[in-house]
Design a binder for this molecule. Sequence first.
Ligand SMILES: [Ca+2]
Ligand SMILES: [Ca+2]
Ligand SMILES: [Ca+2]
Ligand SMILES: [Ca+2]
Length: 512
Amino acid sequence: MPRTRLNLAPYLDLHCCKSIANQDYQCSLARYRHGIEEPNVKHALNGLSTLALAAAMTAFSGFSVAADVPILVTSAEDSGDGTLRAALETAAKSDSLTQILIATDGDIEVGSTLTYAGKAPLAIHGKGQTLKTKADTTLLNISQGADLTLIELNLEGPGNFSIENQGGTGKAIFVDVRDDQTGVVSFILDDVDISGFADYGVLISDCDIVENCGAGSGGTGNGSDASILVRLNDVKIDDVGNGHFDADGLRVDERGPGDIFFYAKDSAFTNAGADGIELDEGQEGSIFATAVETRFDDNGDYCDPEVLKSFLPSDAEGAFEDGEFKEADVPPPVTGSPDDGCFERNVELYESGSVKEYKISLDFDDGFDIDEAGPGDLWALIVDSFIKGNDDEGLDFIEEDEGNLTLGIWNVEATNNTDDGLKIVEREEGNLSALVAKLTAKDNGGYGADFRQIDEGTLTVTVDKSRTSGNDDGEETGLRVDQRGTGEATLRVSDSDIEDGISAKNVKVVEE
Ligand SMILES: [Ca+2]
Ligand SMILES: [Ca+2]
Ligand SMILES: [Ca+2]
Ligand SMILES: [Ca+2]
């Protein structure tokens, strides 16, 4: 059977964006486009139509299957008649959509995981209650990869996790995609707050080795033929992942054939121990990611330097001439700290086998991290959003292997991130195109915005009505645009104030 793909054709005509997805920002983009006289900016904006289309498509959803009579939850007890646990057990026997309505006035507290073991879609409707647990356990386990819709319901874990008060693998929601799954797995949250879990807020795993899947680039594991669609509206994920290494606010691991469609609007991803959001797509398939009116703030500091820095060797880094320093003399991996996983150890050798440089450092994380690997593209659109105070990069987007990276940034503030505000890297075969309009990138520890095209491919970056200042040491650190491969490379900057300067290597720079 051919692989199932979302049919984009009906949405390709975006003449009236409102009628398709009622997404105001698409019309705003259109208005912005009409106001632009500069032909290069106009041209770059046309490329964004495809991004708008992806957003429209992701925003579009509906139940195509008829639901049975809704199940009413009338008891706030952990188990027994009328409880949510009982409703999930009943729903698991259905082979069509089940709607569960939580009618209790108060919150629901449970002592152990609530599991939905059905394969048919599930929708849970609350009215603003909180589903909570004092146990360090996963609260809602969707064990057979079913479509999930959660509306007006908050999820709360025990809280108070840190590297000094570590927990286990308790998540708010875990969706385990089956190895034989096809089509599109959909995950929809509307008006949902999540906080206080030791591990991920949300983990959607289309990966056969789940917890050990790794990142897209170095990532391992295989997955099903299915794609994954995530749609978040009015969602806050705060203070999760602070009791476990590398635990993000929301993480998607997509392996095998299939795409990731990610759409967030009017949402906030804050104070996660690792990345606010991490999307990892490996092997065949692309990523389409859109964030509108969304914040990615103060993520990535599980590996607390106050606690860990005394475990770093005094000679934590070094650079040497060929033949000067032996690999055996590099300080060994750190052991005996509160979490040795926090220490990165990189050693680079000369061909002779002697050490060129080494560095042992703490591993921090980003506001929004996307890794696309294998065949397939990365499309990303960030609109009317804030990316502040993250412990590594604000945005860290990498496209690897065959495929292009296309990015739209519009009316975004990236400030006070420890490393780059925006780090955008396209590797191997494929092009990098970015339109950056109304970006404010200030006071980041690295570059304000850093674009790198590596190996074969063109590099086209258009920056309009943007401002940068105070990034790194202020010496050509506002924008870096670097062509490290072969292909035409152009940076156009118009109507902008790049106070801390531009670094452009092998790139034609046009300032207007
Ligand atoms: Ca897949
Ligand atoms: Ca791919
Ligand atoms: Ca690729
Ligand atoms: Ca390339």
